[in-house]
Design a protein around this ligand. Structure first.
Ligand code: PRX
Length: 662
């Protein structure tokens, strides 16, 4: 593992502190540092009592649990494992007969600006209708569904309907290729695929169904019985009679309640694939009760969501942020939320601010990469500057997915939050299920660039390679010392990889997050980025190995190495060093091959994985034992001076070749 220690230096000199705002603190769910300390203490003194109390208070159980944490098969922890419940009932049915029933659940805005609203009652009806339709097709508890849908109310309906029946969904982000769908289809053994004809983004129509057709045609997907298609645009689709069904036809005649199927607390709720440092993406498996408890609790604690709030998380449902902070947490908490089909820059870069104004959004949650690109856009097009909009409705603003640099933090704080909204810099991961380290709006003094303090019940620490705590101010590996209810349960179908990856023996049973971090003397956490070969490009997680495998599967490529380079907008940019099977290309030819390779990667994984920079060389720098010297390549990619000993290189001139961008 590598320790990234350079990037943190600039943020650690950050010494501005912003205390909580009195008006927010006064009314916050957790109000004041004393209240936070009390919860932290309660959790430390008796974790079982603490989590048991919260699980009783915040979830509706069909069979109450008697045991909180079962550690007998650690690290395969079980939570509330003799209890039963249904997650969809905990998101929808619980609101029936309460004032929330007729409250707006989702305000959906399409790419071209149409607004659709559903109340909690209407959403419940639609989920029941679709779930009844799936039941009529023979789908039942434990069956797996791949969901490949655009941002839409239908995506929420599809996920909730699966869960209502006890099915396990695996959502594939709409930007992923047919090859990625195929890998996931085969890995989960899906019997159902739910997709759309096309999606609309930034005024463009992008086909979705052909990728599903191609994935299934690749073979190995015999388990797939139906492809259910949501008609979003009415565009032309190829139809496979007997297999393909329109979503509206599946719902036809299915109105009326659909009994939620009670499942064990540990029943897998969903599988979501994410990149690791080796091999193929891994299927992170989450359990029903523990995950939902944390999803709903963090919406109440961190976002401080209230009856009157209008909440908006700009993530896509294809990522964990969309799962936890669109589909599960806000619905369980009964919040009104905005959901958006499009992109922040269409029809112009004022779209987010205009939507906050239009829907009077009070809690806004987005990614640093979006903020950084909107800073640039506001400079270039002053009419899109957030100052041009009425953002008075905002009270809390959040950030997720990558480190937010102090400059972007200050801009977000001043220009969007108008110096009266706390910024929640939330650190967490696909595997953690929900927020782990985040300021609380009514508690935590903020420091730009720090995700501040762990949530109550979450025991974060920074340790060295032997699992021993490091002193404040020293960099180390970020770990979680105690299990928590929303944690990953296993990697689908690969328990050994789960153990090896997250609970390596030297870490003394702690969960190893894969990030490097430091703590300052106030105990604040500063995240330094990944310590493994995982890249974070625009908040999207990508494994260098995945991109390398995609490159070497191209007929022209002999060898490839991929590294990350800091990038002003996307956080990190992908740089690929490529050795071709033929002679070194030059000029136009090199540009042509680089384009072909970029398109190839887009087809193999998805456009988000396209290398920004491709460098050709006759060889890669390797140690005597043949290991690629990645650290050296990272220096080359950043255009840094090479200070390490390169005398062992067979041919040092390749470093000059690899320094040249195409
Ligand atoms: O490196 C950390 C970074 O994103 C990784 C997790 O990525 P993913 O599983 O895709 O989940 C993203 C959304 C939760 C982490 O290992 N990361 C996430 N949030 C932050 C962050 N890095 C710094 N600050 C954050 N707030």
């Amino acid at each position: 593992m590598r320790m990234a220690s350079t990037d943190i230096k600039s943020v650690l000199v950050e010494n501005r502190v912003f205390p909580p705002f009195a008006d927010i603190e006064k009314n916050a769910t957790i109000s004041g540092m004393q209240a936070y300390d009390d919860l932290v203490k309660e959790a430390q003194q008796d974790p079982n009592e603490f989590w048991g109390r919260l699980a009783k208070e915040h979830l509706n159980w069909t069979t109450p649990f008697t045991q909180v944490l079962d550690e007998s098969e650690a690290p395969f922890y079980k939570w509330f494992s003799d209890g039963e419940l249904n997650v969809s009932a905990n998101c929808l049915d619980r609101h029936l007969g309460t004032p929330t029933e007729n409250k707006t659940a989702i305000i959906f805005e399409t790419d071209d600006g149409k607004v659709l609203r559903v109340t909690y009652r209407e959403l419940y009806d639609r989920v029941c209708e679709f779930a009844n339709g799936l039941k009529a097709l023979g789908y039942k508890k434990g069956d797996r569904a791949i969901i490949y849908l655009p941002m839409s109310i239908e995506a929420v309906v599809a996920m909730q309907a699966c869960v209502r029946l006890g099915m396990i969904h695996s959502v594939v982000f709409g930007g992923f290729s047919s090859k990625s769908i195929h890998e996931r289809l085969v890995d989960v053994g899906a019997s159902l695929v739910i997709t759309a004809d096309e999606q609309m983004r930034g005024g463009k129509t992008i086909a979705l169904k052909p990728a599903v057709d191609e994935a299934i045609a690749t073979g190995g997907c015999q388990a797939v019985r139906h492809v259910v298609v949501y008609r979003r645009t009415g565009g032309n689709v190829q139809w496979h009679e007997g297999r393909d069904l329109w979503m509206h036809d599946v719902c036809q005649g299915q109105a009326g309640p659909c009994e939620p199927v009670p499942v064990n607390a540990e029943h897998p709720l969903f599988i979501l694939y994410t990149s690791g440092s080796t091999g193929k993406p891994k299927g992170v498996q989450h359990a029903s009760a523990g995950y939902l408890l944390w999803a709903s609790l963090t919406v109440k604690w961190a976002f401080d969501a209230k009856e009157s709030d209008v909440y908006w998380c700009t993530a896509d449902v294809g990522w964990i942020t969309g799962h936890t902070y669109i589909v599960y947490g806000p619905l369980a908490a009964g919040v009104t939320q905005v959901m958006f089909e499009g992109v922040p820059t269409y029809p112009n870069a004022g779209r987010f601010w205009e939507m906050i104004q239009r829907h009077e959004v009070s809690i806004f949650y987005t990614a640093p990469t979006a903020i950084r690109s909107l800073i640039k856009a506001a400079e270039a097009q002053p009419e899109c500057h957030p100052r041009k909009y009425d953002l008075n409705s905002l009270r809390i603003i959040g950030s997720v997915g990558e480190p937010i640099n102090p400059e972007a933090w200050m801009w977000y704080f001043k220009e969007v939050g108008r110096e009266r909204c706390p910024i929640l810099d939330t650190w967490w991961q696909t595997e953690t299920g929900g927020h782990m380290i985040t300021p609380l709006p009514g508690v935590t003094p903020l420091k730009p660039g720090s995700c501040t303090l762990p949530l109550p019940g979450i025991e974060m620490a920074i340790v060295d390679e032997t699992g021993t705590d490091v002193k404040s101010g020293t960099g180390g590996f970020l770990v979680v010392k105690r299990p928590w209810p929303a944690m990953i349960r296993t990697i689908w179908g690969d328990p050994e990889r789960f153990k090896k990856n997250y609970f390596p023996p030297e870490m003394k049973g702690y969960y190893l997050a894969g990030d490097g971090a430091q703590r300052d003397t106030d105990g604040y956490f500063w995240i330094m980025g990944r310590v493994d070969d995982v890249l974070n490009v625009s908040g999207h997680r990508l494994g260098t190995m995945e991109i390398e495998s995609a490159l070497v599967s191209h007929s022209l490529v002999a060898e490839a190495a991929v590294v990350g380079r800091p990038d002003d907008t996307t956080g990190e940019a992908i740089v690929a060093f490529v050795v071709l099977k033929r002679s070194l290309p030059e000029g136009d030819e090199a540009a042509k091959i680089a384009k072909e390779l970029r398109d190839w990667v887009a087809k193999e994984i998805g456009p988000i994985a396209k290398p920004k920079d491709i460098r050709f060389g006759e060889n890669l720098p390797k140690t005597r034992s043949g290991k690629i010297m990645r650290r050296l390549l990272r220096n080359v990619a950043r255009g840094e001076e090479i200070t390490q000993d390169v005398s062992t290189l067979e041919n040092p001139t390749i470093l000059d070749q690899l320094s040249q961008s195409v």
